[in-house]
Each structure stands twice: as C-alpha cells, then as structure tokens.
Design a binder for this molecule. Structure first.
Ligand code: DX5
Ligand code: ZN
Length: 220
C-alpha cells in the first residue's frame, strides 16, 4: 500500500507571501507541495511557469508535485524539470499532440516521477498503453482550471478501474478534497490527496493537515 500523502495546492496560497506559505504547510506536515500550472489554452485560466516553480523550489524541502494543465507539455517539460519538479504530471487529453510514452520515459530518465492526469469525463482506459511507464495517476475530481470547486463523487470508480488495468503506482485525487470528501476518496483507493482551499483556507494549517491524514488513515 502506498503511503498517505497530503499535498497542499499552492493555488490557494497567498502569493504575496509564498515562502511563508510554503513553510507553514511544510511545518504543518505536508508530504508534497502541489503546483498547478495553467496555460490559458488547456484550461481557461493562467497561473505560473518554471520561473515561479524554481522560486518555490528554493524555499521548499518537500517534493514538488507539478501538475501541468497545458496543451504542450513536450515543449515545457524540461523547463519544469530544470526548475526542480520531483513529480511531473500532464494530461492524457493532449495525447494527440505528441508521443505520450516518449515524454513519460523522458521524465523518468531525468530522475523525476512521471504522471498522467484524467479530467472528470475522461475514461481511465485511455491510460492502458502507459500503465507500466507511470509512477502516478492524478484523478481530477473537478474540471481542471480553478480551485474551490465542488468534489465530483462520480470519478471515484476510476481508481478501481486503474487497478483492474494493472496500474500499481500512486493514485492522487485533485479537486474539492477536504474533511467531508477525503474518506470517500481513500475508500476508492486513492493514497495522495491534493487540497487547496481545505488547507490554505484553514486558520491552523497543521491541524487541518493532521485532520485530513487522520480521516484518510481511518478510512483505509
Ligand atoms: C484545479 C487544480 C487543483 C486545485 C484544487 O485545476 O488542479 O489542484 O487547486 O483546489 P481545491 O482543493 O480548492 O479544490
Ligand atoms: Zn492540481
């Protein structure tokens, strides 16, 4: 069984105090830092790129879990790996634009963990050809693009389908994860939990992370 990982999404952090925000969730027990990269094409929102990723890397001690919501990960993957991404995930929905297997192999060859993400309406079977090349599958439980959306329980059965397909790596869930949804995500087979609003919206981030971990642990 993969370890439970709580991955606060910095999308919900105060970007005027990014170093303090990173330290506060690391001190609060975060396992990974989740970075949401959006290009205004794959999703209707823009966030940040390799430059801010490198700045976060400078003040972080935990692994950077970089979620690329971009149309052309082939063009930018190296820039994020250079910036310090420890896990690099892109979306299967852009598969027709390049060689997915080659990019996964490249990410691993550069020493990072390789992931693919599924939008809520994407069939997990689209990942079948890559099952052995993947360290992580990021199951979106909201449509990618914005924080603070409502969790979609309809995605939960995807985790079991991934296991039936022979995927043995880590499963992460992203979108609307909080105290009222993390147990269902855990029971479905998820081990890594991305949480933006739930962590950064809490007065005491450490207490919230501990609560999420306890709920996930109890649901296993
Ligand atoms: C959405 C992002 C998520 C988002 C999660 O496109 O991929 O990581 O920040 O935010 P919450 O936890 O607020 O739903
Ligand atoms: Zn994300």
């Amino acid at each position: 069984m993969h370890p439970i990982r709580i991955a606060p999404s910095l999308l919900a952090a105060d970007f005027t105090r990014l170093a303090d925000e990173v330290r506060s969730v690391e001190a609060g027990g975060a396992d990974w830092l989740h970075l949401d990269v959006m290009d205004g094409h794959f999703v209707p929102n823009l966030t940040f790129g390799p430059f801010i990723t490198a700045a976060i890397k400078k003040c972080a001690t935990k692994p950077l879990d970089v979620h690329l919501m971009i149309t052309d990960p082939w063009r930018y993957a190296d820039a994020f790996l250079d910036a310090g991404a420890d896990l690099l995930t892109f979306h299967i929905e852009v598969a027709e634009r390049g060689d997915v297997g080659a990019l996964l192999a490249h990410i691993r060859q550069r020493g990072a963990k390789a992931g693919l993400s599924l939008q809520p309406d994407t069939d997990p079977r689209t990942l079948q050809p890559y099952v052995r090349q993947l360290d992580l599958v990021l199951v979106m439980s909201v449509f990618a693009g914005f924080g603070g959306q409502k969790f979609m329980p309809s995605v939960l059965p995807k985790v079991a389908v991934l296991r039936e397909m022979g995927f043995a790596g880590e499963v992460s869930m992203d979108g609307g994860i909080g105290s009222s949804t993390i147990a269902d995500a855990t029971r479905a087979g998820t081990n890594a939990f991305v949480a933006g609003t739930a962590v950064f919206g809490a007065q005491d981030r450490g207490a919230r992370i501990a609560e999420l971990r306890a709920l996930a642990t109890a649901a296993r």
